[in-house]
Design a protein around this ligand. Structure first.
Ligand code: HEM
Ligand SMILES: *[C@@H]1O[C@H](CO)[C@@H](O)[C@H](O)[C@H]1NC(C)=O
Length: 320
């Protein structure tokens, strides 16, 4: 089954990827993908939440300047990494660790941007999500500027704004739903909950879309004057497993993040969610896993640099 899926996907990708290709390193660094996989594996064994952290890192890398490792840079003034829209993004140490090993095995060959994309895939696998072939050949960007991240999607954006920000990157409403479903793993800081729980309505009040049986629990975990760094799972009841449970939660008013809740209000995005819960699913309906894979591969192609605009960094946190 997984094999058939992989075959079908590589067929699709063959026609749609443009510049990247499967197995880009198969001649120049055959061990590349296995080195990255074992680094991710060790990191997730040591800290189970690292899977979510690495998946989020891929999203944040791709949405600013394309998937080019621009978020990894920390040796320039005002690097992109410090942007408000990247609040809480981590995982840099895992990418650096993989890069160190790759530089020993095949110096100057594997880009940091590809490490991020492959690590996200391996993180999904570690949480029982789908395995899939990742087209590679991204080169690392030469620009990292905090002000370029000002248009990151925000948790309090309207559904119209979320859609527009995804359209800008060549992603559809369907991609918005599927990629938001990455919140099937991981946690959020209470910092991102205050607006939704206490100031959603001018003058005070919570988001009416929160199921009334869920609201007290959220408010108790994230009290208005509590510690903003306390973390809570975004897919209540299934936060360690990569599955479509998050979409059921969104349908039922159990979304934790405000932006996830908005997906159930819009006709188009709601119909995408509902398509995974038809009476004939899972026998005949669309597969959440297969559709997610298509969307995440698409996200991984945003603004990729395969020419001399990019470089292969020696160290992921600094330009050559
Ligand atoms: C639709 C726009 C999106 C918004 C507004 C959004 C917002 C957020 C916020 C506020 C958090 C909590 C961060 C923290 O407290 O550390 C978060 C976590 C996360 N996001 Fe998103 N996100 C979006 C899309 C995505 C996409 C497209 C992906 C990946 C495909 C993704 C993957 C994740 C993951 C895995 C986490 C958990 C991180 C952890 O546990 O540390 N998100 N997101
Ligand atoms: C970052 O971008 C802003 C806005 O485009 C620009 O004014 C600023 O000079 C840039 N900073 C660096 C270090 O290039």
């Amino acid at each position: 089954m997984a094999f058939v899926l992989a075959l079908f996907l590589s067929f699709l990708i063959g026609f749609s990827q443009g510049k990247l290709k499967l197995g880009f390193y198969s001649e120049t660094c055959p061990a590349a993908e296995s080195i990255i996989r074992s680094t991710v594996r060790n990191a997730v064994f040591a800290d189970p939440n690292m899977a979510a952290v690495l998946l989020r890192l891929h999203f944040h890398d791709c949405f600013v300047e394309g998937c080019d490792g621009s978020i990894l840079i920390n040796n320039v003034p005002d690097p992109e990494r410090q942007a408000f829209g990247h609040q809480g993004v981590r995982g840099f140490d895992v990418i650096d660790k993989a890069k160190t090993q790759l530089e020993t095995a095949c110096p100057g060959v594997v880009s940091c941007a590809d490490i991020v994309a492959l690590a996200a895939r391996d993180a999904i696998v570690m949480t029982n999500g789908p395995d899939y072939p990742v087209p590679t050949g991204r080169r690392d960007g030469r620009v990292s500027n905090k002000s370029l991240a000002s248009e990151m999607p925000d948790v309090s954006d309207s559904i119209e704004k979320l859609k527009a920000k995804f359209f800008d990157k060549g992603l559809t409403e369907k991609d918005l739903v599927l990629l938001s479903a990455a919140h099937t793993i991981g946690t959020t800081a209470c910092f991102f909950m205050t607006h939704r729980l206490f100031n959603f309505i001018p003058g005070g009040g919570s988001d009416p879309d929160i199921n009334p049986s869920f609201l007290p629990e959220l408010q108790q975990k994230c009290p208005q004057t509590g510690d903003p760094n306390v973390r809570l799972p975004m897919d209540e009841g299934s936060e360690q497993t990569f599955d479509k449970h998050i979409l059921q939660n969104i349908k039922d008013g159990f979304a934790v993040l405000e932006s996830d809740a908005r997906l159930n209000e819009d006709l188009v995005t709601k119909s995408v969610i509902d398509s995974y819960f038809g009476v004939l699913n899972p026998l005949f309906g669309p597969s959440f896993e297969a559709d997610f894979v298509q969307s995440v591969i698409k996200m991984g192609q945003i603004g990729v640099k395969t020419d001399l605009l990019g470089e292969i960094r020696k160290k992921c946190s600094s330009f050559n």
